[in-house]
Structure formats: C-alpha cells, structure tokens
Design a binder for this molecule. Sequence first.
Ligand code: 5GP
Ligand code: MG
Length: 180
Amino acid sequence: MNALTGVLSDLDRVLLSADDIHARVADMAKQIERDYAGKLITVVALMDGALFFVADLLRQIDLPIRLVTLGASSYHGGTQSSGQVKLQWLAGVSFTGEHVLLLDDILDTGLTLTALHERLSAEAPATLRTGVLLNKKRPRAQDSTLDYCGFEIEDEFVVGYGMDYQGRFRNLPCIGILKP
Ligand code: 5GP
Ligand code: MG
C-alpha cells in the first residue's frame, strides 16, 4: 500500500501501526464470530469514526450481518467532547428481538455509547452488546460496559483509521497523535 508520507508528516507519533490494528481487528472478528455462532447479528455502527474499523471487522466475520449506520457526534470539530450527544435516529428500523452489536471507534467520556445503549435497550433487542476499537483510560461518570475492546490507550486525542480532526486524517492507515 502507498505509505501516505504526506499526511503522516502531520503526526507527532504513531500510536498503533496499520499492522497492529489489522492483527487486533482480526482477533476481535474471530471472538465475535464465536460468540454469535448460529445467529444473525444486527450491527449498529456509529459514523463517521467507526467507518474503517467496521468495514475491516465485518468483512472477517463469517456470519449473517444486518448493518445499520447511525450518525452521532459529540465533538463538533474540536479535540474535547462538548458533553452533548447528537443522534441521528433512523425512523422505521426495528431492533426488537434482534442480536444488536453496537460498534464505535473510541470510548472517551462514554456519553455517546451510554446514550445509544439506552436508546437501543428501549427497543427490546434479544441481546445488546457494545464494542470499540479504542478505550481511553480516563475516569468516567458512568462506567459503560464494553463487551469488545481492541486497545486501551492513554487519554490523548488520536486521529487516523477513521478518526478525524476537523474532518481530516480519517484516511491514515495507522492511528497517531497530531503535532501540537
Ligand atoms: P464519548 O461520547 O465517549 O466522549 O466520545 C465518543 C466519540 O467522540 C467517538 O465516537 C469519537 O467520534 C469521538 N472521539 C473521542 N475521542 C476521540 C479522539 O481521541 N479522537 C477523535 N478523532 N475522536 C474522538
Ligand atoms: Mg464517533
């Protein structure tokens, strides 16, 4: 693959290489495949951050999957959560009786996943689990239960592999920290 040296030059350092990410995502796919054997999974993926993670993960799960994407934002362009989660809920999609797996790129304050978890629980799914690629080590008001987690990282603002700063850097194949 092209090394993308132009975009990479904006990084202060690489936290997780493309190889690190791919190896871990493959493990997660195997684990999910075992846990949901014989079931149809309804994946609810939060856009845009989880786009690359979900695309790589789901293509390695050998089970029937129904994919629903939802827009959720709490950062509104900065590097700190605004504390308010905006959800773009889909009208007419039912989760009742489904095995719902909620996937996001990163767990930071936990507000986004908590809001989504509550909203989805109200739809009476058969099961509801959550997974993220990254979990930031930080104190949280409410500890959300994570069923699947790729990596634990320090409390720093990261970009790449779907995660942006003001809409940029999503196309980085690795995950890193921007130059100040
Ligand atoms: P939370 O609601 O847990 O605070 O935030 C989750 C959302 O904030 C994630 O879906 C992600 O879009 C965004 N986010 C949290 N931390 C980071 C980060 O370090 N970098 C980027 N680019 N987005 C983040
Ligand atoms: Mg997000």
